[in-house]
Write a protein that binds this ligand. Structure first.
Ligand SMILES: [Zn+2]
Length: 119
């Protein structure tokens, strides 16, 4: 059985760490983006705990964005030494490209905060 952190990163059920949260784990299949199984296909854990449950995932998304831009700024400061305008444009472009992945990871982390893993 995987650790809960690996399950959250892999967008798996936080309880059994085996069932997929999403119909497709590929964030760039836009037709299925954000479409989740209502329950875990492996253990039956409810993935929609209450109406509007995933609104809170916006906090996780915000945190991931801050971490992404912070890491980009530090890496630029240490290694790349790009002009700040170029850095900002690059980071914003990269973040837009990564936003479907961030969206899915945010939901995965959010449910992971509330569902205990089976031992
Ligand atoms: Zn499960």
């Amino acid at each position: 059985m995987k650790s809960k952190l690996l399950a959250m990163l892999g967008m798996k059920c936080p309880r059994c760490t085996k069932g997929n949260l999403f119909l497709s784990r590929n964030p760039y299949r836009f037709k299925l983006l954000g479409k989740m199984h209502p329950k875990c296909p492996n253990c039956g854990q409810d993935f929609v705990i209450e109406p509007g449950f995933y609104f809170g995932a916006a906090y996780v998304s915000y945190g991931l964005g801050i971490a992404f831009f912070g890491a980009g700024f530090i890496l630029n400061w240490l290694f790349f030494h790009l002009d700040l305008n170029i850095l900002a444009l690059t980071m914003v472009g990269l973040f837009i490209l990564l936003s479907p992945l961030v969206f899915m990871l945010s939901r995965s982390f959010w449910i992971g905060f509330f569902v205990k893993k089976d031992v």
